[in-house]
Design a protein around this ligand. Structure first.
Ligand SMILES: *[C@@H]1O[C@H](CO)[C@@H](O)[C@H](O)[C@H]1NC(C)=O
Ligand SMILES: *[C@@H]1O[C@H](CO)[C@@H](O)[C@H](O)[C@H]1NC(C)=O
Ligand SMILES: *[C@@H]1O[C@H](CO)[C@@H](O)[C@H](O)[C@H]1NC(C)=O
Length: 467
């Protein structure tokens, strides 16, 4: 069990380190295997390799394919023979390197013989730059079409996209160029939301208005902030060594999913008026909510599982291209419609809250719909050499937007016309629901203490005709 878990974490973590310093050993019965991929910037991109293998496996070739349908996407096909994969490459384009001391290279690459473990080995080193019209994915493969006993290779690959002192770009594949910057920006924003949220929380607690919904909101911010901190830890380390802490990536993703689930739950509860116009949700409503959230969580988990099951480092693909993520997008849209309906019903029963609900539904609809829209956009419009960072940024941005809206609406200052909470937490047990009794009782017994004077004012402003 633990083994399987380790495998899952490993499989996930491999999926996120594109750019890099890559070290490994290949021992296989196949005679053609994928090594690594990287999105190189034209000219600045540099590929350095050091490859070792025993002479008895000679002559192995290093193949370099680029990202067009007639190159890598044609070559990466199990039904092709090694020789057919080799023939895809134009021999005049320097995309094949014969790893032999006898080979002639156009660039200063070389193979030397040496003795290791009582065997003769080859040590091949060299570096390459790439020239192309646009940033290109390059796929490295190793093969020996004449080999009868498979392949053996110890490799070190260093793939870079800038000068070594250019820390923000050096190790980063082009599709992740701005990931570190984006992560840091949104981490600061999330921290800001967290600090403001904690301040509001204290103010609300002083007024006995720290409701369950606000607590859910705070948890959502905490999870998002943790998610971004983990990403930041990984990418910051990655900027220095090209490896980073890849096991943090799946953990960070899980934290973001939890944050999203909590925020969605929060919105659905608010839509139903929970802690705003009533203290309890009907049992029917609770069941519906539980069923819906269960489905939503299942889709969230299956996108992750799908990513593991279908994961193939030799392909440039994204989680958003999977079937479960279409379900996820669909359930977000359903959640949005349901949210709108709940809000409409709540406003109809409690017209006093119209200000809050109209503003909320208007602004937060973007939060619901951004995910599905971005998914379609990412899958059908964005080029795969920018998609990773755009999707990363938009995910963080949408969360930050949701937090911003909630903080704006729940800001507990005196003249906030949208403030949703007019019921104190210690009144919740007092009355039966769902009825207007709650509000009548509240305004009938205003108990104005010094700390709740603001509340009394805003409440009497909002409910002038209930006395
Ligand atoms: C793999 O190659 C075979 C034979 O050329 C072709 O029929 C098939 O469509 C290819 N598969 C993919 C996924 O490209
Ligand atoms: C290498 O070969 C020598 C002589 O053939 C032998 O004595 C030694 O044990 C071998 N070493 C290894 C590591 O196989
Ligand atoms: C392989 O060759 C490179 C360049 O000649 C050299 O720097 C490196 O130390 C060699 N590695 C081994 C294990 O001999």
């Amino acid at each position: 069990m633990i083994r399987r878990l380790c495998f899952i974490v490993l499989a996930l973590s491999v999926g996120f380190g594109n750019a890099k310093y890559s070290i490994g050993t290949i021992i296989t019965h196949k005679n053609w295997v994928f090594l690594d991929k990287f999105c190189f910037v034209s000219e600045a991109g540099n590929f350095q390799f050091e490859l070792h293998y025993p002479k008895s496996y000679e002559i192995q070739n290093l193949y370099m394919y680029y990202d067009t349908p007639d190159q890598w996407f044609a070559a990466y096909n199990d039904s092709l023979q090694c020789a057919e994969k080799e023939r895809i490459i134009d021999p005049l384009n320097n995309q094949i390197m014969s790893l032999s001391p006898l080979a002639h290279f156009s660039d200063p690459a070389q193979c030397v013989e040496y003795e290791k473990r009582n065997q003769t080995w080859y040590n091949c080193t060299g570096s390459r730059s790439f020239f192309s019209m646009r940033p290109r994915w390059w796929f490295m493969a190793i093969g020996n079409c004449d080999s009868l006993k498979g392949l053996y290779l110890e490799y070190r690959l260093l793939m870079t996209n800038a000068a070594p002192n250019d820390r923000l770009f050096y190790h980063f594949s082009f599709d992740e160029f701005y990931t570190l910057t984006i992560t840091m920006c949104f981490m600061v924003i999330a921290l800001f939301c967290l600090v403001v949220g904690v301040m509001f929380m204290h103010m609300l607690r002083n007024r006995n208005m720290l409701h369950a919904t606000y607590k859910i909101f705070m948890y959502s911010i905490v999870f998002e902030f943790t998610c971004l901190s983990l990403y930041w830890l990984h990418y910051d380390r990655f900027a220095d060594d090209g490896i980073g802490l890849p096991f943090l990536n799946p953990v960070a993703m899980i934290f973001r999913h939890v944050s999203n689930v909590l925020f969605l739950l929060l919105l659905l509860l608010i839509g139903k008026g929970y802690t705003i116009t009533r203290a309890k949700i009907s049992s029917e409503g609770t069941i519906k909510l539980i069923v819906f959230m269960t489905f939503f969580i299942i889709f969230e988990i299956s996108t992750l599982v799908w990513e593991i099951a279908a994961f193939d480092p030799a392909k440039v693909h994204y989680i958003s291209e999977s079937a479960p993520s279409y379900f996820l997008a669909a359930s977000r849209t359903v959640a949005w419609l349901w949210f709108l309906r709940s809000c409409a019903i709540t406003v109809k029963m409690y017209p006093l809250k119209r200000n809050f609900y109209v503003t909320l539904t208007f602004l937060i609809s973007f939060w619901f719909l951004a995910g599905p829209i971005v998914m379609v956009f990412a899958n059908f419009v964005l080029d795969n050499w920018v998609r990773a960072e755009v999707v990363h940024g938009v995910d963080a941005g949408v969360s930050a937007f949701g937090f911003g809206i909630m903080l704006f609406l729940t800001c507990p200052v005196q003249n906030n016309r949208y403030f949703p909470y007019h019921v104190r937490t210690n009144q919740v047990g007092d009355c039966s629901y769902p009825q207007n009794v709650y509000e009548v009782q509240y305004t009938a017994n205003p108990r104005p203490t010094s700390s709740s004077s603001t509340l009394a004012t805003s409440a009497s402003l909002a409910e002038p005709n209930l006395r």
